[in-house]
Design a protein around this ligand. Structure first.
Ligand code: ATP
Length: 595
């Protein structure tokens, strides 16, 4: 089984977001969004149109009222008729508007849901490359743009097309030749619109990209808020965010300029059509082929085309913005995703071992090789430690076991089975993973503990808390387990965060626990306690721990020494002190042996 999900591109390397789609493809995407709602769109457009036509009937009705008034006749009938028409027109318009707005909201909801589902199933390597702020902006701002297009622009377009066709039919009945002249002129100017449309779309796309950039810079600053302040970088970061905002404004202004030009085109088309009809019609009147009254009537109808043409141009330009938004939404949906697996939590079971054989890995084709040839074995049960200098590739071992990344060569097995053969959900359910920076999510302490194992009982939580020596903390907290821990667990100390992460991993009852530098932030007393905990856990399950402090792993059953993407030795502490120079050096610098 491959890592690929239902993303269309299964090859390596993972595809980057594609270049802006062509006009046709963008339209198709937009229409795909609208297609399920086409009946509502037509009905809403039609109701709005009927509402406006009721408006057109108003002058005639008013004339009747005035006539009745002048003639001294009964006023009640015409007044009631006029009021009813006003009310009916307003109600019908409002109903049409509501239907369209509701449809817009549904389309936004669908695309947001789809996007979020997609984003959370992207592969880790793609998310490493994408900017979180930009992703957020796609979910919020681009989908909002989509709504404006689906409600206003498409509905107006439908209404305007109806009006245009109506006027054209009337004109065809009156004089086919003059209609031909009109349409020829309008068509010529429409070509200009066709040339302008992609420019509006491009400018709008650039504006949205700049907005995404703005979000990602702001996100970066908020993620490292203290560092920004401590570095006195507020003004500089503000300037960077500001520059992205200025870019968004400039692109927006460019789109507005092209839109105005399109507006001029609409106006010109009507004026030119008027002159052309006047010229051709005038000549025909002069030669006696046409009556002057017919020409005047035709010219009057020509002006009926003005409003729908203006409306159509306006809608089409607005739709260009929507096409830009659709393009950005689509970029996410073309990325590879992991297969949607039924989440399996707390698989439980016997401890499992791990083997790496001949693993070669780099994070991307343009990246240096991180694992040159990694081969080692972790027996089931007990504690195995990974040690080595910084950058040796230890954390990468964990990323590969979790299948966040795929090695280019070699085989990794868990429980004697190639990890590519495990269903992803089952594989991850076997593993408990404590990341290097032990992340804690916003929410309560309880939510954090049961994050990996919903349905955990209070007794189990209490046991995990006792094991990780968090029970004192919970007693001290004002609301116990229900105490909020703040954004990224900021209300906890570094050591507490780490123990929360360990307790969370333990509650999954892992068959293999992966601890990445789990003890680096603990004080001496807590570190000793945790060492006991890990030793205790290692009696029930397999523990693979990455440690910088050798003191925490000297008691490990097996220690694997990594250096620069290779495994250089393994054995017990004593064996390695005797046999491996690097290990002896590491031990010496940490005062465990005298060199
Ligand atoms: P440390 O002890 O400092 O955590 P380590 O032995 O765990 O180091 P790794 O984190 O595995 O080392 O990193 C090995 C190399 O891989 C480093 O050179 C690092 O720059 C690179 N690397 C790590 N994570 C990524 C990533 N997500 N994308 C690209 N390169 C990465």
């Amino acid at each position: 089984m491959g890592m690929e999900g239902d993303g269309p591109d299964d090859g390596r390397p993972a595809p980057r977001p594609k270049a802006p789609l062509g006009e046709r493809a963008s339209w198709r995407l937009l229409l795909d969004q609208v297609r399920p709602h086409r009946r509502v769109l037509l009905l809403g457009g039609l109701l709005s149109l009927v509402g406006s036509l009721a408006g057109l009937a108003m002058p005639v009705m008013a004339k009747r009222v005035i006539d009745a008034f002048g003639a001294g006749g009964a006023l009640a009938g015409p007044v009631i008729g006029l009021s009813a028409a006003v009310l009916a027109g307003a109600l019908i318009s409002a109903a049409g508007r509501f239907l369209l707005e509701r449809m817009g909201e549904t389309i936004v909801l669908d695309s947001r849901r789809g996007l979020v589902d997609r984003i959370l199933r992207l592969t880790v390597s793609d998310v490493d490359r994408l900017k979180p702020g930009d992703l957020l902006s796609r979910v919020s701002s681009d989908t909002t743009l989509l709504r404006a297009v689906c409600t206003d622009a498409l509905a107006s377009l439908v209404g305007a097309v109806f009006m245009f066709l109506g006027a054209a039919v009337m004109m065809a009945i009156m004089d086919g030749l003059l209609l031909g002249v009109t349409l020829a002129v309008v068509g010529l100017v429409a070509l200009m619109g066709v040339a302008i449309a992609p420019r509006i779309r491009r400018a709008s796309l650039q504006a949205q990209v700049a907005l995404g950039e703005m979000s990602s810079v702001l996100d970066r600053a908020l993620q490292a808020f203290r560092t920004v302040k401590a570095s006195g970088a507020e003004a500089r970061e503000t300037a960077v965010v500001g520059a992205a905002a200025v870019e968004a404004r400039d692109r927006g202004v460019a789109a507005a300029a092209w839109t105005s030009l399109a507006g001029i085109g609409a106006w010109m088309s009507v004026q030119l059509a008027f002159l052309a009809v006047l010229g051709v019609g005038g000549a025909r009147v002069a030669s006696g082929e046409m009556e002057i009254s017919a020409l005047i009537a035709f010219l009057l109808y020509l002006f009926y085309l003005v409003s729908p043409i203006g409306q159509i141009i306006q809608s089409l330009t607005q739709i260009q913005n929507g096409l830009a938004a659709v393009t950005r939404i689509q970029e996410i949906t073309t990325l590879r995703t992991e297969p949607a697996a039924e989440p399996v939590v707390r698989a439980g079971g016997e401890p499992v071992g791990v083997t790496f054989s001949g693993v070669v890995f780099r994070y991307g084709d343009d990246r240096p090789v991180v694992h040159h040839d990694v081969t080692f074995e972790v027996p089931a049960g007990g504690m195995t430690a990974l040690v080595g200098p910084s950058g040796a590739g230890k954390s990468t071992v964990f990323g590969l076991i979790e299948r966040f990344y795929e090695p280019q060569e070699g085989t990794i097995t868990v429980g004697g089975r190639d990890i590519r053969d495990w269903p992803l959900g089952e594989l991850r359910a076997m593993l408990g993973y404590v990341e290097q920076d032990a992340p804690v999510l916003a929410g309560t302490l309880r939510e954090n503990l049961v994050f990996g194992a919903p349905g955990t009982t209070d007794e189990e939580i209490a046991r995990a808390l006792a094991r990780t020596r968090l029970d004192d903390l919970v007693e001290r907290l004002p609301e116990g387990l229900e105490t909020p821990v703040g954004h990224r667990g900021i209300l906890l100390s570094g050591g507490e965060r780490q123990r929360v992460a360990i307790a969370r991993a333990l509650l999954r009852r892992p068959r293999l626990l992966l601890l990445d530098e789990a003890t680096s932030q603990l004080d001496a007393v807590n570190e000793m306690r945790l060492r006991e905990v890990v030793a205790e856990v290692a009696r029930e399950t397999t523990v693979l721990v990455i440690a910088h402090r050798l003191s925490t792993v000297t008691g490990a059953d097996r220690i694997v020494v990594m250096e620069a993407g290779r495994v250089r030795a393994w054995g017990t502490h004593d064996e390695l002190v005797a046999a491996d120079e690097l290990y002896r050096e590491l031990a010496a610098t940490q005062f465990l042996v005298s060199s």
